[in-house]
Ligand binder design. Sequence first.
Ligand SMILES: *Cc1c(COP(=O)(O)O)cnc(C)c1O
Length: 235
Amino acid sequence: MTGEGRRAELAAALSDVNDRIGRACAAAGRPADEVTLVAVTKTYPASDVVLLTGLGVTDVGENKDQDAGPKAELARAEGATPRWHFIGQLQRNKARSVVRYADVVESADSVRLVEALARAAAGRSEPLDVLVQVSIDGDPARGGAAGDDLWRVSDSVAAADTLRLGGVMAVAPMDWDPDRAFATLRELSERLVITHPGASVISAGMSGDLEAAIRHGATHVRIGTSLLGMRNPLR
Ligand SMILES: *Cc1c(COP(=O)(O)O)cnc(C)c1O
């Protein structure tokens, strides 16, 4: 496809997604500017990041360090400097690499990972924004802190000079009603904000469930498929 064709395709998809966000906010009685769209560009090329930022997208999400680093560099060379959100499971030995391009790490789920991020972020001019990923059903398989670990991980982020605790992130478990999942996340967020008043971000909602997430207070939705198209199932 030509660059122009792809640009038109992305523009139409972006307009549809923004309409969905707008309708969901209206239904929830929330102003639409309370919700930030994070375009999840994983498996798609840097050229799509350049097109999306040209269309007004401010935030992009990636889940693999080995793809995200080069993509951020290529996009920057084309003048595209969105806020980069790292949203995937992160090995401690990748912390040094991730802090070079990420503005936000959404997937902090252990004190040891937080310590590695805090050390790696020491050379940055700005603190690294960090969200604590919550495992809503307590199953650690897909990542996320459960039970009291959530508070331990949050406190460790807040205690690190080089990090800034932004709030929470979660993926709704496959076999849960999204309304129940996001209501649970919101309760956890409300508890977190009592001890960490600045940590009000709720990153929740993907292509299939953004309406439910916005109903339950999401401040960030992470949208891949509805914006960029189906991903290769092998990736
Ligand atoms: C891939 C991914 C998304 C986007 O999912 P879509 O269903 O394609 O919108 C959101 N969050 C995380 C953590 C992801 O890995």
